[in-house]
Write a protein that binds this ligand. Structure first.
Ligand SMILES: NC(=O)C1=CN([C@@H]2O[C@H](COP(=O)(O)OP(=O)(O)OC[C@H]3O[C@@H](n4cnc5c(N)ncnc54)[C@H](O)[C@@H]3O)[C@@H](O)[C@H]2O)[C@@H](O)CC1
Ligand SMILES: [K+]
Length: 499
């Protein structure tokens, strides 16, 4: 799904108005009606009081239309218009006129009469048009909303959130009902406290404009990753499903390579070989009998060489940073042309030896967590700066960056795919190793590198989404990524058959 910036969203509005023969107020009414229908579906009881806070731009106009529709449907509604939140737009004025005609409680001076129970706040102070810092009075309103017990529904955007720069103060919303497109700012780590759930409402914007307008940002939700999925052929055998090689492990860190190897096999590849130091031989053969094992070095890897021809290689889980291992990595990279996934200490070794980066095959996939990312490409000033630096780094080295976070981002060329699957259960040791295994396993099966990264990240998150119902959040472990991979695939198959 495409993520557009504010300029493209405005353009999409204009094109829609023109092509569908609408007025801009009719589009506002259509958008607000979608919000109203969502509320009616999710809040059918009519005892809830809706307290609508409106600014005076078009977001405030949306708020007024929603308030009127709720009133007409016999919900109790209060409206406060906040004078310092924008200057009235023509569509806001039109919406206000209709509110007045509907004879509703509408508080033009905004003296904020709060009720205690059964309260839902509708946040319509600012939308995508916020362009400068908030007036102190608006900050006060937002702080009061955030301090209250009621549920907060934000229309389009949590008010106060900037679309293209760092946000200091914004509404902490429970659900953002956003129009047509997900917004980039929703998925940035610095904005996490303002966002809980996001519902994307289709307001019928021009389909051709959406399809034909390029963007750098995409959301990877389940429907949009389906075209990257390669179901297993009826004629498959272990030879056609690909052979993955996982290189890693050192004394005390064998679990990482066991997890990665298991995840590679469970992702669907035909064969997995683990290349490990001798101290890990018994561990690997016992913990994971399906894997073949090659050993070299006693407690850490001192050389990397093998006769087999894997389809893909994942390197790094548990490998450590011993000097001999560093040299072994360098010598391996000089000779290797096989598609590669680099993780953990292999990434750290590369961070200390950036002159080795040109040795990586084109489209090598790197899977750094935030600290590893910083070591690789330097620090960033804010989330937007981080995005620019990731795009520059991936392009400069012809790499695919998988920047792990609550919303993992897959960056290649100038394009960023933001993942939506997964949950906080994944914040536990070893889940990164399973991601390396999954992506390596997919590469081995013949997925191209971009598909392997985007689909693999989604699949990995999905294991946690399907697992938590059974494991709970706290008790989920990296081994559960492996255990629930089958269920995650079944979920994807079910989505595929819905189409
Ligand atoms: N296609 C869509 O997405 C649609 C969007 N609509 C709504 O229109 C909104 C955008 O409307 P606007 O562009 O009017 O912008 P907003 O309603 O977000 O309000 C910003 C207004 O206040 C001014 N302003 C900016 N920063 C300010 C500040 N710190 N203090 C005071 N005033 C400030 C701006 O000049 C602008 O007029 C969307 O978020 C959405 O809610 C809908 O009405 C129709 C369809
Ligand atoms: K809003």
């Amino acid at each position: 799904m495409k993520i557009f910036d504010t300029i493209n969203i405005r353009e999409a509005d204009k094109v829609t108005i023109l092509n569908q023969g609408l007025t801009s107020f009719q589009l506002m009414e259509r958008a607000a009606n979608e919000v109203f229908l969502w509320i009616k579906k999710h809040r059918p009881d009519k005892e809830t009081t809706f307290h609508v806070f409106c600014g005076q731009g078009n977001n405030g106009g949306d708020g007024l239309v929603v308030a009127r529709l709720l009133h007409e449907a016999n919900y109790p509604v209060w409206v406060d218009i906040v004078a310092q939140a924008g200057t009235p737009t023509p569509d806001f004025e039109a919406a206000l006129q209709k509110v007045k005609e509907a004879d509703m409680e509408c508080n033009l001076n905004a003296n904020y009469t709060y009720e205690k129970d059964k309260l839902v706040y509708i946040d319509a102070l600012f939308g995508t048009g916020l362009s400068r810092d908030l007036h102190p009075e608006v900050v006060k309103v937002i702080e009061r909303i955030n301090a209250c017990d009621g549920k907060v529904l934000s229309i389009d955007v949590p008010s106060g959130m900037f679309m293209d720069k760092t946000t200091a103060v914004a509404v902490e919303s429970h659900v953002v009902l956003t129009f047509q497109f997900p917004k980039l700012a929703f998925y940035l780590p610095g904005n996490s406290r303002f966002i809980n759930k996001i519902a994307i409402l289709d307001i019928g914007l021009d389909k051709d404009y959406i399809a034909n307008t390029p963007t750098s940002y995409y959301l990877s939700d389940c429907p949009s990753i389906l075209h990257r999925y390669r179901p297993v052929s009826r004629f498959a055998h272990k030879g056609t499903q690909g052979h993955a090689l996982i290189i890693g492990g050192s004394y005390g860190k064998m679990g990482a390579v066991v997890l990665a190897a298991k995840a590679a096999l469970k992702s669907g590849c035909g064969l997995v070989t683990a290349y490990i130091p001798k101290c890990g031989y018994d561990i690997m053969q016992t913990a994971f009998p399906e894997a073949m094992a090659l050993t070299e070095g006693q407690e850490h890897i001192t050389k990397i060489g093998f006769d087999m021809q894997p389809k893909a290689i994942g390197i790094g889980p548990g490998i450590g940073q011993h000097e001999e291992t560093q040299q072994a990595l360098h010598d391996f990279l000089k000779l290797n042309n096989t598609p590669l996934v680099v993780d953990a200490d292999a990434l750290n070794i590369l961070s200390y030896n950036k002159e080795w980066l040109p040795l990586l095959p084109e489209n090598t996939i790197m899977t750094p967590h935030p600290k590893e990312l910083e070591r690789l490409m330097g620090s960033w000033n804010n989330d937007f700066d981080r995005l620019e630096k990731m795009k520059a780094f991936a392009s400069a080295h012809n790499l695919i960056l998988v920047a792990k976070d609550a919303h993992t981002m897959v960056v290649h060329g100038g394009t960023v795919h933001i993942n939506t699957s997964g949950n906080a259960a994944l914040a536990t040791g070893g889940t990164g190793d399973t991601l390396t295994g999954i992506i390596t396993g997919l590469l081995a099966q013949g997925y191209n590198a971009v598909d392997a990264a985007i689909f693999g990240v989604h699949l990995h998150g999905l294991t946690a989404d399907v697992a938590v119902e059974h494991t709970g959040m706290q008790a989920f472990t990296a081994s559960d990524v492996v255990t629930y991979m089958g269920k995650a695939y079944l979920h994807i198959e079910a989505e595929l058959h819905k189409k």
